[in-house]
Design a binder for this molecule. Sequence first.
Ligand SMILES: Cc1cc2nc3c(=O)[nH]c(=O)nc-3n(C[C@H](O)[C@H](O)[C@H](O)COP(=O)(O)OP(=O)(O)OC[C@H]3O[C@@H](n4cnc5c(N)ncnc54)[C@H](O)[C@@H]3O)c2cc1C
Length: 311
Amino acid sequence: MDFLRPGDWREALALRAERPGALPIAGGTDVMVEINHGGRRPEALLDLSGITELHAVEREPADGGTPGAPAGRVRLGAAVPYTRVVAELGAELPGLALAARTVGSPQIRNRGSVGGNLGAASPAGDCHPALLASGAEVEAVSVRGTRHIPVDDFYLGVKRNALAPDELIRSVRVPRATGPQQFSKVGPRNAMVIAVCAVAVALHPGRGGVRVGIGSAAPTPVRAREAEEHIAGVLADGDLWERRDPIPPAAARRFAELVAAACSPIDDVRGTAAYRRHAVAVMARRTLGWCWEAHRAGASGPRPEGGAPCA
Ligand SMILES: Cc1cc2nc3c(=O)[nH]c(=O)nc-3n(C[C@H](O)[C@H](O)[C@H](O)COP(=O)(O)OP(=O)(O)OC[C@H]3O[C@@H](n4cnc5c(N)ncnc54)[C@H](O)[C@@H]3O)c2cc1C
């Protein structure tokens, strides 16, 4: 097996175009498991770990200060490890930082990256619900040019994404939080688990929006659009964004039902479809509740205990 080690981004793109059979490797926490235990034998590995651009965290400015306009974005290099997402981005990207906290063990979080999670496109990847809830965009680059793919369009099937064979992920652009965000995950135990199911909720008070991402409960990570519309309508009709009154319990229950209805889970060794639907509904109600309490209190960050996985 060849080991290709480009010295810079331009060379990485050229090698990607010349050697479509070379498998990109960043932290290697998925790739090496596949090679060691899954019997995968790519003709070559394309090592991206030394490419400076992929380790950069950059800030893009806000959009002119218009009310309701995006508060700017964080351009997160594809190979930035989870440890840095947790340490550096908790205030700007609280949902993603909470999800990153739950990934694997410290060793996995030191190596594993958001770009690798997107590249693997497992329905159980923990970044996906938070990226869906935030409205992120994947920057896919090849020698032919750059595409910006909304994360909603990125997941095509089980472990299939929208990258062309000659493309690499340069970054994921994530809007800075303008309101509270939460993430919750069910797994058998911390440190070594993939999610049985997961839910992320983000409030976008400036435009009266709520976005929900669900993981590990359908062939791809999915949004819960009907639930989003339902709860946004309830918040608008009752002028609740301004009044900051509690969400009526019946409306929160309906929200949870609609989030569960957006899933199409399967029975597998990690859980039954019925259990997943139930757990997703519970997590949806809880994450919405935590977000709403933070909004009522005027806070945008994670709850103090940090959105730990709920079992
Ligand atoms: C013990 C253990 C526990 C784990 N726990 C979790 C968990 O709790 N939650 C979770 O979500 N995941 C978990 N994982 C899976 C893994 O850590 C994550 O998916 C991680 O995000 C992968 O990142 P990486 O940089 O290591 O990717 P790699 O293994 O290097 O690559 C993963 C895939 O992405 C592709 N790729 C990488 N970078 C790019 C790029 N820039 N452009 C295009 N394609 C690219 C690779 O070709 C490969 O297909 C776990 C893995 C292990 C071994």
